[in-house]
Design a protein around this ligand. Sequence first.
Ligand SMILES: C[S@@+](CC[C@H](N)C(=O)[O-])C[C@H]1O[C@@H](n2cnc3c(N)ncnc32)[C@H](O)[C@@H]1O
Length: 223
Amino acid sequence: MFDRIAPVYDAMNRTMTAGLDRRWRRLTAEAVVRPGDVVLDACCGTGDLAIACVRAGGRVTGLDFSERMLERARRKAPELDWVSGDLLSLPFADASFDAATVGFGVRNVDDLQRSLRELRRVLRDGGQVAILEITRPRGLLAPFYRFWFDGVVPLLGKLLPGGAAYSYLPASVRRFPGPDDLAELIAAAGFADVRYRTFAGGIVALHTAKAELPGSDPRGQTP
Ligand SMILES: C[S@@+](CC[C@H](N)C(=O)[O-])C[C@H]1O[C@@H](n2cnc3c(N)ncnc32)[C@H](O)[C@@H]1O
């Protein structure tokens, strides 16, 4: 599916978010990447979040299992390390990275808990993770969001060549845990200091956390 949507992916991102996606990726990178950090951007797609991590000062590896997505990422930034691989079984040794980011990726994996544990495994103790994901707003924005996301986005996807797969998007967001539940899953995977903030009235959530130090007690760390 991701190979099929690769040609329209960037255009759909800009249209679906009215261009706000660039700012969300920048804030995601800045939340966890410090100058000189060795960074993994998993589910990197066409590479925009990985490139934001470079701008934040990181030395970045982008990983994805879609070759078509990676082709586009390589074209945008040939100097970066782009690796073909699966988030559920990362091809890196334990504690290889200072920071890890995932943008609009964990919603799509078959086993969310395993993907979080893999991210923890490849981070050094105290390393930081940032997870940017679509979520469902409550309150005033909810009806507009339903109209846009459940109606307009799948329709746009049908009109664009290769974009039919966008009809899967609303269902994948409905299935995905809300921000509080995701925070608990992140803590259960071996992270401490789990926090989240939302953007654009609650349409998107950014979770950050620190890879727990051995022997530390994550209880009491509330989002
Ligand atoms: C919605 S795109 C997000 C791309 C990019 N991170 C961004 O911010 O735009 C999701 C990406 O996750 C990748 N993906 C999904 N499951 C994966 C897995 N298990 N391992 C590696 N990549 C995966 C897809 O190939 C796709 O490129």
